[in-house]
Structure formats: C-alpha cells, structure tokens
Design a protein. Structure first.
Length: 332
C-alpha cells in the first residue's frame, strides 16, 4: 500500500514526519499526535488561503485570524469540563466559531462606540473655598443626544450638594443655536420648586464663571431651606424645544446672549458636612475642557487626598494575573 508522507511546519517548528498509516495502525499516542499535527496543518492551510485573498494586508490578516482563534480556544476551554477541554477544543476553529467570535467583538465595539457618543466636561474651575485646598474635582457635566432632545447629567463631587442661595442659580449653561430660548422646556421631573428660567436669580449671575449665561435651573422659593443644602448631588434633566431638534454641540459654548463667559457650565454648590464651604464651580471651554483652577479652601474645608499614581490598580492587576496563571497551572 502506498504511503503518503506529510511534512508539516507549524508555528515555525517542524512537526515529526507522520504517514497516513499511523492514523490506523499506530499506537494510541501516535494516533493522537497524528490527529493534532493534521489539525494544525489544516488550520494553517485554511488561514493561508483566506489571507492570500488580501495581498496588501496579508500580515494583518494572518494576525487577525490567529487572534480570533486564540479567543475561541480560550472560550472553548471555559465551556467544557476540565478533563475534556483539551480533547474538545484543541485545533477546533470552524468558520461558524470564527463568526461567533467576530460577532462578539462587533457587539462589544458597538456598545463601546455608543458609550463614547456622550460629551463629558469636568467641573474643574473651583471659584470658591467649597472644596479642600488644591482640589479641582468639582464633578462633571455630561450631554447625551436624546433624539430630538438633549439630556444633561450634572454629577457633583461626593462632598457637594447644589446650594440654595439668593445670589446664584443652582445651575447655568449657554446656548449657541438658532432657536429662541423661550421655546425650551424640561420634559423630566425636577426636585420640588426647581424650574428652568431665562433670567438669572442674582445680579452677579454665576460669579467668576461668567455673568452672561443664557439658561438657568433655579428655585426662588428654596432660599434658606435646609441651611442652604438642597440634598441633591446629581441633577438629571432632558431639554426640549418646540422649534426643532436640539444638538448637544449647541450647548458646548462659552458665548452667551450678551457676552462671553469663562465656562460652558456653572453650578452653585456647598459642602454637606462642613459649614461655610460654599460658592460657584464651572467647567468646559467650548468643545474642550477648561483649564483646572483649584479650590482656595484651606484645611477648614477638608484636606486633599494625594493620588497613589495608579499603584493600587497595578497591584490589583498583578494579583489577577497571578491567579490566572495558577488556575491554568492547576488545570493542566
């Protein structure tokens, strides 16, 4: 009987010379080795054919196919019982499985892209002693495209609440679009007494953040309530216009009706645990971040925590890698 000899080179390592008869007449170990070499040869041959169809990107294609194969094999090992995983998963990479892995990666990419669609600005200009000295972490303002409307999420530092004051509005922002401001309304529920206004509560408007803001969230009847502490740390509302569709980019501006402000957004805030630590914070400069300006507060408004430079996260990552290595070792 004619003998067919296969010489296979996989991963730059020459495999042993195996003949087709060993698949039928050899020992169990020989048959297993032959199957593994044949599977590797088939996989390498298929990938070579696929990547050959894209000559300009042959290197990239080879890298991609190998990456997807490794992803599938890792998933496969987690699905089968430990004692059967190697036999079930070794060398098995079909088009269906490649499609499944690619589909998972595509879904992940779409979800990541949708999350990145939001525009977030740091409230990092601290025009008061409302935070510990040296801190510029006042919170964030996030704008989401909500179809025809725009959703605002104002998330203050955990130390802060919106402050009831007869001098400043709770929150102020600008609008650079063509619609009249009288066409705006808020379609979601606000805290009791809070409302949208086109006129500032006080003559000082929003202090150093600017005096020419266009739109305000205020509560004229709330001044003095709760010692000025509103109990609200996160303000979420959706803005609608009867004149047409709103776009977040039209609110990413420092330009008001009659002048230019230092920030896109401003908020009147107070610390909840320390009396007298109140004032205005701002953030955003057009479609970019504003230059941070730290709080003028002394130790009476708390002390600023020194960042650890990522060492805690690094140690956690090393620990996880170590656990993963031990699990792979004990599973063999």
């Amino acid at each position: 009987m004619a003998r067919t000899v296969l010489s296979v080179k996989v991963n730059h390592v020459s495999a042993a010379m195996l003949d087709s008869d060993s698949l039928r007449t050899g020992s169990r170990d020989a048959r297993t080795q032959a199957r593994h070499v044949y599977a590797r040869f088939s996989r390498a041959h298929i990938n070579k054919q696929k990547c050959a169809a894209f000559p300009p990107a042959r290197t990239l294609c080879s890298f991609w196919m190998g990456t997807v194969q490794r992803i599938w094999q890792d998933c496969c090992f987690s699905l089968y019982p430990r004692r059967n995983a190697r036999n079930e998963c070794r060398g098995k990479t079909s088009m269906r499985r490649l499609g499944f892995a690619c589909g998972l990666m595509l879904v992940f990419s779409v979800l990541t892209a949708s999350q990145a669609a939001a525009d977030t600005f740091n409230l990092n200009d601290i025009y008061c002693n409302c935070l510990p000295g040296g801190s510029s972490a006042g919170g964030t303002v996030t704008l989401n495209d909500a179809g025809n409307d725009v959703q605002f999420i104002v998330d203050l530092n955990d130390l802060l609440n919106f402050h009831y004051s007869n001098a400043f509005d709770l929150f102020a922002f600008n609008y650079a679009g063509a619609f009249p401001e009288s066409s705006f309304s808020i379609t979601t529920a606000l805290p009791a007494g809070w409302s949208l206004s086109t006129n500032p509560l006080g003559n000082a408007s929003m202090a150093a953040a600017g005096k020419d803001f266009d739109l305000f969230i205020s509560c004229a009847s709330c001044t003095g309530q709760g010692g000025g502490i509103s109990g609200v740390n996160v303000l979420t509302f959706t803005l609608h216009s009867t004149a047409g569709n709103l776009d977040p980019i039209n609110f990413e501006t420092v330009v008001g009706d009659s002048g230019t402000n230092n920030n896109n957004f401003a908020a009147s805030v107070t610390q909840t645990s320390v009396s007298g630590c109140t004032g205005v914070i701002g953030g955003g400069s057009g479609n970019g971040q504003s230059t941070p300006q730290a709080s003028t507060g002394g130790t009476s408004c708390g002390t600023t925590l020194v960042p650890d430079g990522g060492s805690t996260l690094g140690l956690f990552g090393l620990g996880m890698l170590g656990l993963g290595y031990l699990r792979r070792r004990t599973g063999r």
